[in-house]
Design a protein around this ligand. Sequence first.
Ligand SMILES: *[C@@H]1O[C@H](CO)[C@@H](O)[C@H](O)[C@H]1NC(C)=O
Length: 246
Amino acid sequence: MAFQMLLFRLSIILFSISGVYSVDFIIKNNCKVPIWPGALTGAGNPISTTGFRLLPGSTTTATVDVSTTQWSGRFWARTLCSMGANGKFACATADCGSGQITCNGAGAIPPATLVEFTIATNLGQDFFDISLVDGFNLPVSVTPIGGSSGCQPVVCARSVNPVCPPELAVKSPRGLVIACKSACMAFNTPEYCCSGDHNRPETCPPTNYSKIFKAQCPQAYSYAYDDKTSTFTCSGGANYAITFCP
Ligand SMILES: *[C@@H]1O[C@H](CO)[C@@H](O)[C@H](O)[C@H]1NC(C)=O
């Protein structure tokens, strides 16, 4: 009996050593219109999907194996997409330029709301944030599921589009504001891009434009050095729900 118990314990230990440990990103479309989420791997194993269509109310899960190496990457959602007459798939916001529904290693063309992760191996500490540094297109929330410590939801619930200054606005053919550029993208100056003499937190404070983004989404990055209020952690091997239009 004791021997059987020993074998049982050993097999559990061996299973956890050799087991595949993965993280699920459960992506939901809570918007009233279809969206086309995209995913980009920065480092680590490839993710199970790089882009797909998601109808209102639907959920799709993307998975990454983090048993042997950490994963970093980002998610966003494309809007107003269609197949062009040239046979190329394209979107009015956050397009990845692949010409297909899958992004195949291409990232979002700004402006785009980004959800960024670094996922640890072996139940270590994950880092995540919502970034408006590359502008805004859709509200989003990130909710850790499980995990053991520090795991709190992060939300950018209020749309920036209705308060976007005209000089930053991206409009649909019908004149609706469908995305809001960052001041860096619109004006490309060191003060707004935190480059040149402004490439340190001390020399790149919030600007009148970044404050507009921060007022709508206090938990999101509104410019490059917005770290103090915008980076979140979660330990213990959580999965994550990412909801667009939460
Ligand atoms: C932000 O500041 C710049 C420079 O002072 C000014 O030209 C611009 O109109 C301001 N924009 C807003 C939205 O306050």
